[in-house]
Structures are given as structure tokens and as C-alpha cells.
Design a binder for this molecule. Structure first.
Ligand code: PMV
Length: 336
């Protein structure tokens, strides 16, 4: 018998991945950039057991058994096994996968990114695979490729029709910008109506704005964002982050039927951020929202206390039964 356990972080995009040019291989229409978070607060944990005695393959997610036949799981497993040494005896045994997230699943909090990064990394450990695996994690969930690395990470969309160059690369490690923090304002942790996969498919098919975003806006913005991170220029970073989040949600609304991931609370938080920045006379906090209403705030450590006191004042803690926000630190990211 062999057993391996791994943990992987979520990542929060500042230049969003939204739209695929190949649905099956999960090839994006634009590059994206994110930060991988510290694993001590929000992470996925996966244990894989393999044994000659296991009669069938099994997969549990958060304590519930899932089908083992999902195409994404099958693709990852096939891609990993292709890289393994055929002579490994346990390569041909059945496996049992047990995965759990310590935060809401499928609520727009990048649970699939952490989950698939963790799964692929654990499989690579199990079958002694070394080298590039982000393009395998990508086949589980696109954004998972970025969670393979710590710190600031860019997913290069690549040009190949089969996707071998569609992979993630670290821009800089987390300790490059040790003052950076992320607050996750949990507005709602119920499962969203449109998964990101469904939402992206509708947008790619029906929005005319998405083409302009992918071909004109993001190619320029991504270079500016990389420079902002390298130079630790928070003003530029904040402006690009907020504009890119707005652009992704504008494309969602431009879809037919329109897709609205944000709710009134998300919009109120966005307004609050703009008021707060106006009051401070510079950009000191930046919001970004994924495919759900939960609203994330990038800010520097020196700003956390002030901003949180305003958030607590404007939004009483019991808006929701759930914990309202969590403060996350970017430094101390551990490699998987
Ligand atoms: O990897 P997916 O299919 O869960 O898509 C993630 C898409 C966003 O989270 C909205 C943006 C991103 O770049 O992470």
C-alpha cells in the first residue's frame, strides 16, 4: 500500500481568466495573473491511497462520494499516468482519493483551483513524476494551474492547439511583496447558479465584449500588472485589479442570458472601496470578485486595521450566519 497527503492553496486572480478557446483541453483565451495564498487559512487537503487490494477506484469530496468518471478527473489521471514509469508496480493498482476544503466549495472562492492543484500534485508524488505539472492541473480546472506555484503567478495561455505551452510560471515568490494582504469578505457561501465553466461558455459564445477584452484589453493590462507587481507599485496594481474585475463582470452581463455573479452586498463593498480611496486621496485598497458574490480586497498590512473597522461599521457582523470575513496573509506561502 502507498499513501500520500498534500495541501494546496487557493489563488485569487488580479487579471482574470474568463473564456476558453478549447473546452475539453481547458485552453484560455487570455493570460491571467493571481497570487497563491498562505495555506494556513484556506486550502484543499487531499489524501490518495493505492493498494493492490483495492477493488475499485473511489473519490470523496468533503465526505461525499463522487463519480470517478468525471472527464476532468479522468484527463488529469491519464495525463499523469502517461508521464509515469510503466514499470512502477503501483501504477496499475486502483486508487482511493479523499479531498476536503476548509472553506465553502463552489461558492466562487477558488475551491476547484486548490482542489485540482492538490490532486495533481499528490498524484505526481505518488507516481514519482518530476517537472512541469501545471499544464496537467489546468486540465482539472483552468485556474488550478496557478495554485501549483506560490507567490505571484502568471498563466500563459499558450498557442499550441494541444495545450502543452498553456502553463503557469511564477513571476515572483510571496516574500517579494511581504506587506501584501488579502481579505476575503464572505458575502454568501451557497453554491452559485452558474459554475464558472458554464458561465464562461455562455460568455464566450454570446458576448461581443469578451473578444475585445481578450484581444485588446488583457494583453496590454497583463504586462502592466506584471510591472506593477515587480515594482511593488500599489497604485498601479490596485487600478488594474479593480478594472479587470469590472471588465470580467461586464462581459458576464454582456452575455445572453446575462450572468450576474455579484449581489447587492458585493456592489456596496465596491462602492465602499471607492469612497475609502477617495477619502484617502490615493488607491489604498482594491477589490476583485470571482464567479460569485464574495468580494476580495487586496491591501497592504498598514491599511488592514483602518479598512476592517470601516467594513465592520458599515456591515454588521451578522449580515449572514457565516463568518463574515477572514483576513488572509500572502506571505508564508508554502510550496505544496
Ligand atoms: O478555473 P475555473 O474554471 O474555476 O475558473 C476560474 C475563473 C475565475 O476564478 C473567475 C477567474 C480566475 O482567473 O481565477
Amino acid at each position: 500500500m502507498k499513501m500520500i497527503t498534500c495541501i494546496a492553496p487557493i489563488n485569487m486572480a488580479v487579471i482574470k481568466y474568463w473564456g476558453k478557446r478549447d473546452e475539453e483541453l481547458i485552453l484560455p483565451i487570455n493570460d491571467s495573473i493571481s497570487a497563491s495564498l498562505s495555506t494556513d487559512v484556506m486550502c484543499a487537503k487531499t489524501t490518495i491511497v493505492t493498494s493492490a487490494l483495492l477493488k475499485e477506484n473511489k473519490f470523496w469530496l468533503n465526505g461525499q462520494e463522487q463519480s470517478f468518471d468525471s472527464p476532468r478527473l479522468t484527463n488529469c489521471l491519464r495525463a499523469i499516468k502517461k508521464r509515469a514509469d510503466e514499470k512502477l508496480p503501483h501504477l496499475h493498482w486502483n486508487i482511493s482519493i479523499c479531498s476536503e476544503n476548509n472553506f465553502p466549495t463552489a461558492a466562487g472562492l477558488a475551491s476547484s483551483a486548490a482542489g485540482y492543484a492538490c490532486l495533481v500534485y499528490a498524484l505526481a508524488q505518488l507516481y514519482n513524476i518530476e517537472g512541469e505539472i501545471s499544464n496537467i492541473a489546468r486540465q482539472g480546472s483552468g485556474s488550478a494551474c496557478r495554485s501549483i506555484y506560490g507567490g505571484w503567478v502568471r498563466w500563459h495561455k499558450g498557442n499550441s492547439p494541444v495545450g502543452e505551452d498553456s502553463l503557469a510560471k511564477q513571476i515572483v515568490p510571496a516574500d517579494h511583496w511581504p506587506e501584501m494582504r488579502l481579505l476575503v469578505l464572505v458575502v454568501n457561501d451557497t453554491k452559485k447558479k452558474y459554475s464558472s465553466a458554464k458561465g464562461m461558455a455562455i460568455t464566450t459564445l454570446t458576448s461581443s465584449l469578451i473578444k475585445y477584452r481578450a484581444n485588446e484589453i488583457v494583453p496590454r493590462r497583463i504586462e502592466a500588472m506584471e510591472q506593477a507587481i515587480l515594482n511593488k507599485n500599489f497604485q498601479s496594481f490596485a487600478e488594474l485589479t479593480m478594472k479587470d474585475s469590472n471588465s470580467m463582470h461586464a462581459c458576464c452581463l454582456d452575455s445572453f442570458p446575462p450572468i450576474a455573479y455579484m449581489n447587492e452586498v458585493s456592489h456596496s463593498i465596491i462602492q465602499l472601496v471607492h469612497l475609502y480611496n477617495d477619502y484617502k486621496k490615493e488607491l489604498t485598497v482594491a477589490y476583485t470578485v470571482d464567479a460569485g458574490p464574495n468580494t476580495c480586497i487586496y491591501l497592504l498590512e498598514s491599511e488592514v486595521e483602518d479598512f476592517l473597522s470601516i467594513v465592520n461599521f458599515v456591515f454588521p457582523n451578522n449580515v449572514d450566519d457565516n463568518e463574515y470575513y477572514r483576513g488572509l496573509k500572502l506571505p508564508s506561502i508554502r510550496p505544496l
